[in-house]
Structures are given as C-alpha cells and as structure tokens.
Design a protein around this ligand. Structure first.
Ligand code: ATP
Length: 194
C-alpha cells in the first residue's frame, strides 16, 4: 500500500481534489477534520489544551476555536505548544485509520500543513495542489464571503506555493475542472505504477 499526502494553500483546491480522488474509490483521511474532531473528544488533547489555555476554552465539550485562534495568532510559541498536543494524537489516529484500510493499494491524507506539521513523514509520496494566487483569493472570497485582504493575510501565514511545489513529489495544477480530472487520473496511474 502507498500512502499519499495531499497539501496546498488556502483556496488551492485540496478539498476539491480529494473529493474527486474519493469518488474514484480511494480512501481519503482529512487531517483538518480529524484534528477538529479529536480536539473536542480525545481526553489527552482536551486535558492538554485546558492546561495550556484554561478550563473555560471549552463550552459544552466544544473548543472555542475562535478564542484559541486569536491567542495563538499572536504567539508563535503557544501555537507550537498547541500543535505539540494535537499532532501526535492525530498521527496515531491516522496510523489506525490506515491499518483498517490495508486492502487498498492507495490511501490519501489531506493536510493543509503537511510539511509544517511533520505529517509528510507518515506518507510515502506528497502532492501539492497549485493555483494562481489571484484565483485562490477569488475562490475563497466566493466560498467564505470574506474580503480579499483577509484571504491574502491567511495566505501570507502559510507556506508559500513555490516552496510547496519544490518539496512535493507531484504537483496538480488546479486552474480548470476538466483538466483537474485528467491530471488526477494520470496521477493515480503513476502512483499505482510505483
Ligand atoms: P482551504 O484550505 O481553505 O480548505 P482548499 O484548498 O481545500 O481550501 P477548496 O475548498 O477545494 O480549496 O476550493 C476552494 C473553492 O474553490 C471552493 O469553493 C471550490 O469549490 C472552488 N474550486 C476549487 N477548484 C476549482 C476548480 N477547478 N474550478 C472551479 N472551482 C473550484
């Protein structure tokens, strides 16, 4: 079995790519989804986060993500400490998820911060989804109803696309939907040959 990590900056189209990959019959683990879920339900994370930020960051067993987001945005060390609590648990959860899918030839892991989090070490190959910055801004403005300035601010806080492209084994150029499917068919074909 081959494990493949899919990453890309905000609005690049990671989720869109993963939806197509899933529709083609391959399991996809969403690290962002599971990190959110486990942050509310996993006792190790809940205890660690409460120790870091105080008991009241959870309301009705749900983390106040906005409050925590504002705190870590202004404090890089705090963000590192939060990641150090969450990432090992998600990594372990991913391992179990993979084990339960051992009959598949390919499994995928979607992660916005595949390289930054160290999660790339848990996959055999990496794929970066790329799109022109202006198109990404436009897509996120349309999707989330936020301003172009807010999107650019988030982009500035992420690994830049040229760096992602340099580090990834494969690049998907997501400018057009039809081309996207063709590229993914070719990508899967290449991965199956490895
Ligand atoms: P985020 O990091 O914010 O979760 P993402 O990389 O997962 O973003 P998507 O949510 O897949 O990106 O795409 C952003 C928006 O752009 C979505 O509304 C999606 O429907 C749209 N989109 C993505 N790819 C295409 C495409 N090839 N053609 C048209 N629209 C697209």
């Amino acid at each position: 079995m081959l494990r493949v990590g899919i990453t890309g900056g905000i609005g690049s189209g990671k989720s869109t790519v993963c939806q197509i990959v899933e529709a083609m019959g391959y399991p996809v683990y969403s690290a962002d989804h599971w990190a959110r879920e486990l942050t509310n339900t996993n006792p190790t994370i809940v205890d660690g986060v409460k120790q870091l930020f105080g008991e009241n960051v959870y309301t009705n067993n749900e983390l106040n993500r906005k409050q925590v987001g504002q705190m870590v945005f202004a404090d890089k060390l705090l963000l590192q400490q939060l990641n150090a609590i969450i990432h090992p648990v998600v990594a372990n959860h991913f391992e179990q998820w993979v084990r339960a899918r051992s009959r598949h030839r390919l499994v995928f892991k979607e992660a916005a911060i595949l390289f930054e989090s160290g999660a790339y070490k848990q996959v055999d190959k990496t794929v970066a989804v790329w799109a022109p910055d202006e198109l990404r801004v436009q897509r996120v403005v349309n999707r989330d109803g936020i301003t172009p300035g807010e999107v650019r601010q988030r982009m500035a806080n992420q690994m830049q696309q040229d760096e992602l492209v340099k580090r990834a084994d494969f690049v998907i150029n997501n400018v057009d939907n039809e081309l996207l499917t063709t590229q993914l068919v070719r990508l899967i074909d290449n991965l199956l040959r490895l």
